[in-house]
Design a binder for this molecule. Structure first.
Ligand code: EPZ
Length: 424
């Protein structure tokens, strides 16, 4: 027990061949932005295909704190803000996930005032929010920071020309939220192009916002005064899809991964193919089989549409099975190597230097007791444990459950021996 919380572990008996179909859920990194974006409407908003993961549950808790009505039926959520109150979100909730900070842009846009604690999120680097705050200031917000809490206040937010030093996903979305009701036109240059940004822009435009260029490096937002009811569907989770594609390449026999947008994981699929994977494509699914003679490839994580940083850790497991020396470089985060020591404990031969890895393969992996240091490191542990000989126990499995809906059911259904166990 850690305090009053049971520690969740994932126990896996590795070496099974996985066959059948895995259906991909709605994207975590869309859903966690769409829920805060919904409060901009003055009427009811419905979000379909919402993944049932702890991050979305935590955001719904924040909606309740703000006195918003919300009702989840199957995988749709109805949100109504007619009785919304702009109260301080408790620090414990803000700290549960990085995406709590989208309430900053949404509440500032709706009330011209917001008081919030700094966000939490995976421990993969410093993860400042300077670009968000700089953008809000350009729109006329005054910011005061006291210890871990910041207050943003504006007479009236006004349109501005904002150049992002880094194409930050979070800053792009947060500034888009703030600009939606600002007076005048906002142009965001060097904007991030991730598909999740397009998903959020489509919800806002369905409400009556005037946003053009989402998904490109330049987004133009013409402020509007009223936003009405709207409905949106969360796009398939490209990181979940990529993680299962990697599992298919290592353990699959005709493993079908369905309800995906292939284009969103093209960087991964092309790297798997370069290494020798044979992938059959269908309209919105792929079929993949494990092979034993993969060749070494080199990877550098980049912003979209480059190879996604969130797939870097799971893909490292694949590289341990490639013949030769593969080189991997993480370019977005300074501390996203929590999985490496545990993979080496399982038998891989990975040398790391700063954000670069040199992976010698193929190596056989053996089940071990390992720890999920963050969400995608945890995903890497699942991938490795499914491949390894023998039993693995993954501690701090809560990290994994934040971003992979029904992961044990989805994997058991295709033949994995996997379960969640709580330890006192
Ligand atoms: C989003 O994080 C995702 N999280 C991350 O996924 C993902 O890794 C990341 O985008 C990049 O694709 C959510 O969408 C909830 P960034 P975000 O702002 O928005 C620096 C996962 O595993 N930066 O694009 O926080 C930052 O430190 C998570 O699902 C600043 O310097 O990412 C990082 O080095 C992990 N100042 C880089 O930019 C800022 O104000 C990219 O960060 C903002 C960011």
């Amino acid at each position: 027990m850690r305090g009053d919380v049971n520690i969740k572990t994932i126990v896996i008996e590795g070496g099974k061949t996985l066959s059948g179909t895995i259906n991909i859920s709605g994207a975590k990194n869309s859903a966690v932005a769409l829920i805060p974006a919904a409060i901009l409407s003055d009427e009811e908003v419905i979000i379909d295909n919402l993944p049932n993961i702890s991050d979305t549950k935590n955001l719904v808790e924040i909606l309740n704190i703000l006195n918003c009505d919300s009702k989840i039926e199957n995988s749709s959520i109805k949100i109504n803000t007619k009785n919304i109150k702009n109260v301080l979100i408790p620090e414990i909730l803000s700290k549960k996930l990085r995406a709590s900070y989208y309430f900053m842009g949404a509440l500032l846009s709706k009330f011209n005032y917001v008081e919030m604690y700094f966000p939490g999120g995976c421990n993969i680097g410093s993860r400042p929010i300077d670009l968000h705050l700089k953008g809000f200031m350009k729109m006329g917000a005054k910011i005061t920071i006291k210890k871990d809490k910041y207050t943003l206040q504006a007479k009236n937010l006004k349109g501005a020309n904002i150049y992002l030093d880094i194409p930050s996903v979070g800053a792009t979305i947060n500034l888009m939220l703030a600009a939606t009701k600002a007076n005048g036109i906002t142009i965001i240059e060097n904007a991030a192009k991730e598909p999740e940004i397009v998903n959020v822009a489509s919800l806002l435009n369905n409400m009556g916002a005037k946003i053009h260029g989402a998904g490109t490096a330049t987004i133009k937002i013409e402020g509007v005064s009223k936003l009405s009811k709207a409905r949106v569907e969360v796009i398939p989770d490209r990181i979940e899809a990529g993680t299962y594609a990697i599992i298919g390449a290592l353990c699959g026999k005709n493993l079908k991964i369905s309800n995906i947008i292939c284009e969103h994981i093209e960087p991964l699929l092309s790297k798997l193919t370069e290494a020798g994977a044979e992938i059959k494509y269908d309209e919105n699914s792929i079929i993949i089989n494990k092979k034993t003679n993969y060749k070494a490839v080199n990877i550098k994580t980049l912003v979209y549409p480059g190879f996604p940083t969130d797939l870097g850790q799971p893909f490292t497991v694949f590289l341990t099975q490639c013949k030769g020396i593969s080189h991997f470089e993480e370019t977005l985060y300074e501390n996203r190597m929590g999985h490496v020591s545990y993979l080496n404990k399982m038998g891989s031969l990975i040398k790391s230097h700063a954000q670069c890895l040199e992976i010698k393969g193929p190596t056989s992996l053996n089940g071990q007791i390992v720890t999920a240091t963050d969400l995608r490191a945890g995903a890497a542990m699942v991938v490795a444990a499914l491949l390894a000989k023998g039993k693995s126990i993954i501690l701090d499995a809560e990290h994994v459950l934040r971003g992979y809906e029904n992961i044990t059911e989805k994997l058991s259904n295709v033949g994995a021996k996997i379960e969640i166990r709580e330890i006192e």
